[in-house]
Design a protein around this ligand. Structure first.
Ligand code: SAM
Length: 237
């Protein structure tokens, strides 16, 4: 089996970057990436083993259906779809309109209901609504103010609600790397965030109820072995 690329970011494309760290450049990048985004095994979840592995994990983190789930930075809605298949009411938010379009199309093709909104994950455009689960996978590394986003998300949880962050650290600090948009190297968690640092940021927001599940060893999640840090952080609000 070939080793998976140790970086969930699409490679080889550089959209009009826009000003450093500003969402306009980031949105353009992800809009351009939307068409081929699902070609990566852990994005499109096209293989039965990969899809089943994510479905099992999501089930282990979710309350009984139907729960209200907010998927921030939902991309093409692959995780949202698994949750909707299990009977949850899913709202997805993404900065890139074409990602949102892909997610809507995926739900329409599956005959499932879901709400997808274009907007900034740091302040999702869902008004005063509260959720049983706020989920985010592979997003915080590209946020200009990830700690503000974490505060916002915890504030959107119903009493007893849960924050689920699937994250990783896929570039060693100090290693050379081409930023995916100009200025991205200045983002606070550019290259990903380790579990200890993310837990330290989340713990004060939820009164300490945080646990981490390592995911690097579960090759079926990624479509093959990975050698970087990948994990889920689960925090009960
Ligand atoms: C690596 S992809 C992950 C997508 C999806 N969560 C998944 O795991 O398949 C990052 C996603 O975050 C979105 N994104 C980046 N910055 C964002 C922001 N400030 N607000 C909302 N979405 C954002 C991108 O458009 C892209 O869809």
């Amino acid at each position: 089996m070939t080793e998976r690329r140790a970086d969930p970011r699409p490679s080889g494309r550089r959209a009009d970057p826009g000003p450093p760290g500003r969402p306009a450049g980031i949105a353009a990048y992800w809009d351009a990436a939307a068409e081929s985004f699902d070609d990566e095994p852990d994005h499109g979840l096209r293989a039965d083993r990969t899809r089943a592995a994510w479905a099992r994990l999501l089930r282990s983190w979710s309350p009984a259906a139907p729960a209200g789930v907010l998927d921030v930075g939902c991309g093409t809605g692959s995780l949202s779809l698994l949750l909707a298949e299990d009977g949850h009411r899913v709202t997805g938010v993404d900065l890139a309109p074409r990602m949102v379009g892909r997610a809507r199309a995926k739900f329409a093709a599956a005959g499932l209901a879901g709400r997808f909104l274009t907007g900034d994950a740091t302040h999702p455009p869902t008004g005063e609504e509260r959720f049983d689960v706020v989920l985010s996978r592979h997003l915080v590394w590209t946020l200009p103010d990830p700690e503000a986003a974490l505060r916002d998300w915890v504030g959107r949880l119903r009493p007893g609600g849960r924050l689920v962050l699937v994250e990783g650290r896929w570039r060693q600090a100090g290693a050379e790397g081409v930023p995916y948009v100009a200025g991205a190297e200045a983002l606070p968690w550019s290259g990903g965030v380790g579990a200890d640092d993310l837990a330290a940021a989340v713990r004060p927001l939820v009164g300490g109820r945080v646990r981490v599940e390592p995911l690097s060893g579960e090759a079926e999640l990624w479509g093959g072995p990975v050698d970087d840090e990948r994990y889920a952080l689960i925090a009960d609000g």
